[in-house]
Design a protein around this ligand. Structure first.
Ligand code: HDC
Length: 282
């Protein structure tokens, strides 16, 4: 609707989110609402837009759409208000940006502006790229046609040198079961029968969970960032270990995330621009 889709959250949602991307009970600013520095991780901004009603459906914009063939391809997040409120009533306004025909697959890109429902000010802006296997060949352009924010399409490439920082997190076997309580109840992440239909032997981890874990690695080392962009380059299974390699180039942290057990990439082409004047320590 033109009024946007409402999403209200409280400190409970913030704590659940922080825990679901790797915060520990000892990270008091992330898990304890009475801590003086209680805060949402910057990547909490990928939560309020998620269940936004759109004036389009995938059936209308691509061929032979099947929900189990849909994968999260890329995500761009911009945090437009600091500090992130620890509770808020929000409304999100969607727009379809581009639909690309990759032959076998279709790629759909949409943008979502999340506003504070009470003040009208922008809180977050997201651009989500969805990769739909088997839905290409509808006669669309094979290259992007829309103009997009610079940081959303930046070609982040790690420099040749060794990473400036590395962090690892072993996900739990129950990681996706926990993460879905943030709002993405896609059965691909919990239901073995349906994930098999999508081509996966076991339910896979949410792309946005890997984004949150990697984003926390960047945050732990370098502090808050004003935007972040990733490509989900390979599937992650709950229980696997994610290793984030980071390079600081000026005000930008370029990073990539690998599945330690297999050596395969999970996140590539990723970067975050740091919030100026912010400090690394919680
Ligand atoms: O990269 C492959 C892959 O498997 N990636 C991992 C996907 C993943 O695990 N995502 C997270 C889990 S799914 C999820 O969380 C769903 C969630 O519940 C719902 C999300 C959103 C809901 C929103 C509601 C509105 C794969 C399969 C994506 C691509 O691999 P290949 O088919 O081998 O492709 P490749 O031959 O490498 O490239 C073909 C063309 O596609 C482009 N491309 C590749 N990976 C891309 C991508 N585009 C966008 N995102 C990606 N991740 C390539 O550039 C190439 O294009 P071109 O031919 O023009 O160079």
């Amino acid at each position: 609707t033109t009024d946007g889709t409402p999403f209200d959250y409280t400190d409970r949602d913030v704590i659940l989110y922080n825990l679901s991307v790797g915060a520990k009970r000892t990270d008091l600013p992330l898990v304890y609402e009475h801590n003086d520095h209680f805060q949402a991780l910057p990547t909490y901004g990928v939560i309020p837009w998620f269940n936004t009603e759109t004036p389009w459906t995938f059936d209308q914009i691509v061929k032979d759409f099947s929900p189990m063939m849909l994968l999260h391809g890329e995500q761009y997040l911009e945090i437009r208000k600091f500090p992130i409120p620890i509770e808020a009533k929000t409304r999100t306004f969607p727009k379809l940006i581009d639909v690309i025909d990759k032959g076998n697959a279709a790629v759909a890109i949409a943008g979502y502006t999340t506003k504070n429902a009470e003040t009208g000010e922008d809180l977050f802006y997201n651009e989500s790229t969805i990769f739909i296997r088997g839905s290409g060949g509808f006669g669309g352009s094979s290259k992007p046609t829309a103009s997009r924010p610079r940081a959303a399409v930046a070609a982040y490439k790690p420099p040749q040198r060794q990473p400036d920082a590395v962090a690892e997190k072993k996900t739990s076997d129950d990681q996706a079961a926990l993460y879905r309580l943030n709002g993405d109840r896609n059965p691909l992440h919990i239901d073995p029968e349906l994930s098999k239909m999508g081509g996966f032997k076991v339910p896979i981890l949410h792309g946005l969970c890997s984004l949150g874990i990697s984003g926390k690695h960047v945050f732990d080392k370098y502090g808050p960032f004003k935007n972040l962009k990733v490509r989900f380059a390979g599937v992650v299974l709950p229980g696997q270990t994610l290793r984030t390699e980071m390079w600081k180039e000026g005000n930008t942290i370029i990073f990539q995330t690998t599945v330690v057990e297999t050596g395969k990439p999970a996140i590539t082409g990723a970067g975050a621009e740091l919030l100026e004047g912010a400090k690394a320590k919680l």
